[in-house]
Design a protein around this ligand. Sequence first.
Ligand code: NAD
Length: 251
Amino acid sequence: MDDLRLDGRVALVTGGGRGIGTAVAKRLGAAGAHVVVNYANSEDGARACAGEIIAAGGSAEAMQADVRDLAAVQAMVDDVLERHEHLDILVNNAGIVRDTLLLTMSEEQWVDVVDTNLGGIARCIMAVGRSMMLNRRGAIVNLSSIAAAHPNRGQANYAASKGGIESLTRALAVELGRKGVRVNAVAPGIIETDMSARVRDEAGKEIKNRVLLRRFGQPEEVAAAVHFLVSDAAAYITGQVLTVDGGIGLS
Ligand code: NAD
């Protein structure tokens, strides 16, 4: 379908050096976008991802910026805008977990998670939003989690950050809609990446029994939902959260 093609568009994927970010970057690259694969520390992964996109006939580059640092994010975005003139798609994927009960949580564990997951998204949109508004075109997808609605024990910081992301998504859809910029979120369930390895190791069988489809998700299955939401196939969709969880939220 033509409305899923992204030819001529420039996409920035934060935390693209592994996991869901890499799958999203590859999918958007295969759909024709030039992909900026952002990383904070995973330089090898981000370069490998950009290399794979190029080897498959696409266009990509890896760029460093920690989403906790507004000046670094702004410098990365300004560099992209100077060379490409527009930035049409932003996928706010970078995220971390520091699971522990709130009453045993250090202030650092609270601040790290909220500032990376929620603050990082706000900073990236601060850096990119103006140019999208001026171009009257933009699609932003924020990575939430089913933990926003169905938190597990030990996830107070992570669940709060993801709940904040869903509220931020709606608030920015309200602020940016009239300028032609759409803002949506994707809320994955348990996806097979490094981030979920501990949970899968510790309670994998029990969790899988709660998934209606009886399996964990793959990063590519989240990437497909992100691709849909940033494409013209979703041109009339904004302020929504699309859950990609195999039905675990219903069990
Ligand atoms: P992951 O840990 O494999 O990858 C996260 C990426 O974000 C890494 O490349 C990491 O280096 C990067 N990152 C972390 N802090 C950063 C920073 N300050 N600046 C830039 N990049 C940074 O995790 P994943 O499973 O691929 O998760 C991707 C997103 O999906 C996250 O937002 C996560 O919360 C969300 N999610 C994942 C699952 C799951 O089961 N894996 C479920 C729900 C939501």
